[in-house]
Design a protein around this ligand. Structure first.
Ligand code: CP3
Length: 347
């Protein structure tokens, strides 16, 4: 960090307890903002939008201008990595569509030499870092290998994950080749973002919660641990946030074994459980229900107060338990910013 004003997010991620928690929101850039929709209209393809640094950097900065969060998150997508490994990826009206990687074919159709074509994302990081206020942290991100593999094998979003799980259960050795390829790609991609100026990185494991314990240990914790170990070797001072959405009771093993500095709590993690069993060992981030932000008013104020009361007495970053919903009124995010600027009493 260069001199001048300290970044509140970095202080919290280093384990400090702050009077007002630093905050940012998953999916804070996006369709709920009219200025994002206007910018997005300039480029029909979502992948092309992500890979145009001028537009992606502007999308990164938009929520900061309006609401002054303590961190910006680089505008990109977790599915840029499969594309960079040679898989066909498209974003349609019903979500992402990928040319599925089949169990029988394994990783034969993918580039073993790693990612290509991700330089525009690094340029987005550089432009965003230059434009951001000094006290605002910049977060780089990637999907975790397991979550990215679910999209690669299912060919898009899934309800039951039967293809990816069946492959992992039936032929763990060949599935491990896909996960190993993704571990290498993720380390390379996050290293590129850090070198370009990201202060923090987050691993999104949106589908961590669909595996039983044995699979969770092998396909969620182990690859995450290998990624954190390798990043720590090259960038010991860059904090890593892990978000194992839906992990339930397995949050404890994840916190103990994955090597992350902070853990993102999903909406249903009880704050009392998090305080007692997670915050004693690492920084916690979360976990307002995105629907509370959509509803706003006194319901929002009450929910924010409860979360701050439970978690604000230790190292804590305020966030949602999942991403901002596109239907969220921007005024409610402004109201949240005001609520978080107020001091709170701890029991
Ligand atoms: O503001 C930010 O958080 C930065 C940008 C960001 C996007 N996607 C932009 C985006 C981030 C951090 C992501 C992460 C991401 N992408 C995840 C993990 C978080 C989560 O929500 O669980 C996942 C699973 C994806 C994959 C993905 N991208 C899906 C399933 C979809 C379609 C559904 C949807 O939300 O639209 C996307 C598209 C996408 N990624 C959009 C945005 C702004 C919407 C497309 C558009 O604006 O045209």
């Amino acid at each position: 960090m260069s001199g001048g004003q300290p970044k509140q997010l970095l202080r919290a991620l280093a384990g400090e307890t702050l009077e007002r928690p630093p905050w940012w929101l998953m999916r804070q850039a996006g369709r709920y903002l009219p200025e994002y929709r206007a910018l997005r209209a300039q480029m029909p393809g979502f992948v092309e939008f992500c890979l145009t640094p001028e537009l992606a950097a502007e999308a990164t900065l938009q929520p900061i201008r309006r609401f002054g969060m303590d961190a910006a998150i680089v505008f990109a997508d977790i599915l840029l990595v499969p594309r960079a490994l040679g898989q066909h990826v498209e974003f349609g009206d019903d979500g992402p569509v990928l040319e599925a990687v089949a169990e029988g074919a394994g990783i034969a159709g993918l580039r073993r030499e790693g990612c290509f074509g991700l330089e525009p994302v690094y340029e987005t990081v550089r432009r965003s870092r230059t434009a951001l206020p000094q006290q605002t942290a910049l977060i780089g991100f990637a999907g975790s290998p397991w979550t990215v593999a679910t999209y690669m094998v299912e060919g898009g979003s899934s309800r039951d994950f039967r293809r990816v799980k069946a492959w992992a259960y039936r032929d763990p050795d060949s599935f491990a080749e896909l996960i190993d390829l993704l571990v290498d790609a993720t380390v390379g991609y996050l290293s590129g973002q850090i070198t370009a100026g990201a202060d923090v990185v987050q691993l999104f494991d949106s589908w961590a919660g669909v595996l039983p314990e044995v699979g969770f240990a092998r396909w969620v914790i182990d690859p995450t641990r290998r990624i954190t170990a390798r990043l720590k070797e090259s960038f010991p001072h860059v904090p890593i946030i892990g978000f194992p959405r839906g992990a339930g009771l397995l949050y404890q093993r994840y916190a103990a074994e994955s090597g992350v500095d902070a853990v993102g709590l999903d909406t249903v993690v009880p704050t009392g459980f998090a305080r007692e069993h997670l915050q004693n060992r690492l920084v916690v981030q979360g976990n307002l229900d995105p629907v509370a932000l959509l509803v706003g008013g006194s319901m929002l104020a009450q929910a924010v107060k409860e979360i701050r009361g439970a978690l604000g007495g230790g190292p804590f970053v305020f966030n949602l338990g999942h991403g901002v919903l596109p239907q969220t009124p921007p005024e409610n995010v402004a109201a949240l910013a005001r609520l978080l600027a107020e001091p709170v009493d701890f029991a």
